[in-house]
Design a protein around this ligand. Structure first.
Ligand code: ARG
Length: 651
């Protein structure tokens, strides 16, 4: 993956640190610079015949330079000596000694004395280099994060709800994770293209069409078309599924099911007629679509999520027959007929094929995805395509990617270099540990969920009597918040805090595991929550309004920062790691790497703020500490923004 080692070695370590304002890193991170230095040392080690290292294995070894978990072991540690010892026929410790001998740490790091334990090479960043890196970050609009050296075009396919179905809690994950990844990758300097692959051509339209023909309420449709379409969808789904326990709860559905026992089949027939171009169904689809799209747009805009494109499944329909013909004609693909259907036999004759046309002639989800891929390859020439989709679709994407590589998607020259990734995520669970449902057993509607989050966030503000502030001191939220806010401001704050809580709770999970949705937990003011982070930002900014400090002027005038106390040093080191955290998000497309890092940063900040006077400090020390506070606030705010989460001045 291109991300790994992407920050490596662009620091010019030979630079004399004469100019106090010169960024010692020249666009790299400390970790990246150090990896570059280790790379050179390992190359020398190999050239000197101590242990042979191939060019292919070098990056993996260099990546074994990581931040230490405990500052008492330094700031970074290289652990590759252990991996190399056996084949060198040496003790790990002796390999480490040989590496140290060849390691030129330049002006950035303190020279490591000797290995620790079995062969850890621990290093500390030099104080002057650290101070300069902080100053450079303070003066930099990008807060010290240099754009990647080789930007790529990355398509991110996320959201993708099936329109005409009401959006439910499951849709939050793709939307929130996809949006955060897009923002982070863009900030890293890549060219991102976001595409909302709407399900606007599927069976749900069969349900609505059937419902429209059998049980529509014209007056309701005139008054609120989307509500009526949603009602029809819900009703017909129950009638078509004909599950006794569902029908028992819904007399209207039960009556329809009794009257039309064949609804399931009829719904499929309505869908098929739409796909075949039946004029009545096509006209109805065209009539419904704008309402469905408007509804979807409304919810996405409430989530503050927007897309560069929303090319739904319907957009690709005219291309499907051609794609199937192309796949059939291509000997590399191994598509063939089997009992009237057409499939691609990727795993031999006995394993189920990747179906691209059914026996009745209908095309499938897979066919559309293949056509979409080809279209994206032709029009966007991406280096990577990410699909942020439920992990249950894993087998689909495995087969899709395998087929794409065989087929070439119209661009055989480039296809091998394109990275496809299924950025999979787990299920949202209720507090009972089962998939999140309402009391009545329905899936939880996304909108009502957002409303509840905002409503609870509003109450939280009011209840804030003796909560702890972000800096750990007991704090009366009311003294800063409630009293000075009118109703509109309070609503605004509640919206941002409520939405932020829901998004952050999702993003801070390891995306591949299921997670339990709990309003109580996500709205806490302490712990790794959005509210804690937002509050930390508000507190930092409060310092500047309280002290009447002009931070813009401060940023430009700062020439040095003091690192004389452990708290100052720890915070400084964290602040210059923003770029490392973002790089790590990209390696495996995990936004929780960023939330965890932001939480750590907030923790370092509160230790700093608890231990040291800021506004009451004097002279250079005051300016230094203020500059560090300001940078912390900016990074926290930027970090939240990259996660799609807003901040407020007061909470
Ligand atoms: N509409 C699909 C669903 O709800 C998700 C689409 C994901 N994107 C894709 N290219 N298949 O399951």
């Amino acid at each position: 993956m291109t991300a790994a080692g992407g920050d490596e070695g662009r620091a010019s370590v030979q630079d004399p640190l004469g100019d106090p304002l010169k960024d010692p890193l020249g666009g790299a991170t400390f970790r990246g610079a150090l990896r570059g230095l280790f790379r050179a040392a390992l190359e020398r080690l190999s050239a000197d015949g101590v242990v042979g290292i191939t060019a292919e294995e070098l990056p993996g070894l260099v990546d074994q330079v990581r931040e230490t978990a405990d500052p008492k072991f330094g700031d970074y540690s290289g652990t590759m000596a252990m991996a190399l010892a056996k084949r060198a026929g040496l003790k790990p410790r002796d390999v480490a000694v040989e590496i140290i001998r060849r390691l030129d740490v330049g002006d950035l790091f303190e020279i490591p004395a000797e290995p620790v334990g079995p062969g850890f090479i621990n290093l500390r960043v030099r104080q002057d280099a650290l101070a300069r890196a902080v100053v450079a970050a303070v003066r930099d609009p990008r807060m010290g994060v240099a754009p990647v050296a080789t930007p790529e075009t990355i398509v991110i396919d996320f959201g993708g709800p099936n329109v005409a179905k009401p959006m439910h809690v499951g849709h939050i994950r793709s939307t929130v994770i996809g949006d955060a990844l897009a923002k982070i990758l863009e900030f890293r300097g890549h060219h991102t293209i976001t595409d909302n692959h709407l399900g606007d051509w599927g069976t749900q339209f069969g349900m609505i069409l059937w419902g429209w023909k059998h049980c529509r309420d014209g007056a309701r449709f005139a008054a609120d078309p989307t509500a009526e379409l949603a009602r029809l969808y819900r009703l017909v789904r129950k009638v078509a599924d004909a599950k006794p326990e569902e029908l028992a709860r819904d007399p209207e559905a039960a009556a329809l099911a009794a009257r039309y026992p064949d609804t399931g089949r009829e719904v499929l027939a309505e869908t098929a007629k739409l796909h075949e171009g039946d004029s009545e169904n096509r006209a109805l689809w065209e009539q419904f679509m704008p309402f469905c799209r408007a509804e979807i747009d409304r919810i996405f805009s409430r989530l503050h999520v927007s897309f560069d494109h929303a090319l739904g499944e319907s957009f690709f329909q005219p291309m499907l027959a051609g794609v199937v013909a192309e796949l059939m004609a291509d000997p590399a693909v191994r598509a063939r007929e089997s009992r009237g259907a057409i499939g691609i036999f990727l795993n031999g004759e006995d394993a189920p094929p990747f179906l691209i046309r059914k026996a009745d002639g209908a095309f499938l989800y897979a066919t559309t995805d293949l056509a979409t891929l080809k279209w994206r390859m032709e029009h966007w020439k991406p280096d990577r395509i990410l699909y942020v989709v439920d992990s249950r679709q894993g087998p689909h994407f495995e087969q899709l990617f395998a087929t794409a590589k065989l087929w070439g998607c119209g661009d055989r020259q480039r296809i091998d270099g394109v990275e496809f990734a299924h950025v999979a995520f787990g299920t949202v669970l209720g507090e009972d540990g089962k998939p999140f449902k309402t009391r009545a057993g329905d899936t939880v509607g996304l909108e009502s969920l957002l409303d509840e989050g905002v409503e609870r966030a509003g109450k939280m503000q009011h209840a804030g009597d003796k909560t702890q502030s972000a800096d750990g001191r007991p704090q009366h939220v009311g003294t800063e918040g409630r009293v000075g806010m009118d109703a509109a401001e309070q609503r605004h704050v509640a919206e941002i805090v409520g939405m932020g809580a829901i998004k952050y709770a999702d993003l801070s999970q390891n995306r591949t595991t299921d997670y339990v949705f709990s309003f109580d937990k996500m709205l806490q003011l302490t712990g790794n929550t959005a509210a804690y982070m937002q509050y930390a930002v508000a507190r930092v900014e409060g310092i500047f309004s309280k002290g009447g400090v002009d931070c813009v002027a401060l940023r430009q005038s700062v020439e040095g920062v003091s690192l004389s106390t452990p708290q100052e040093r720890a915070l400084a080191l964290e602040l210059v790691r923003f770029g490392e955290a973002l790089e790590d998000v990209e390696i495996d497309y995990r936004p929780n790497v960023l939330t965890a890092w932001l939480y750590e940063l907030a923790g370092c900040y509160s230790s700093f703020y608890d231990a040291l006077p800021v506004l009451k400090a004097e002279g250079d020390e005051r300016n230094s500490r203020l500059a560090v506070c300001d940078l912390t606030g900016r990074i926290l705010r930027q970090g939240l923004e990259l996660l799609g989460i807003g901040t407020v001045e007061k909470m």
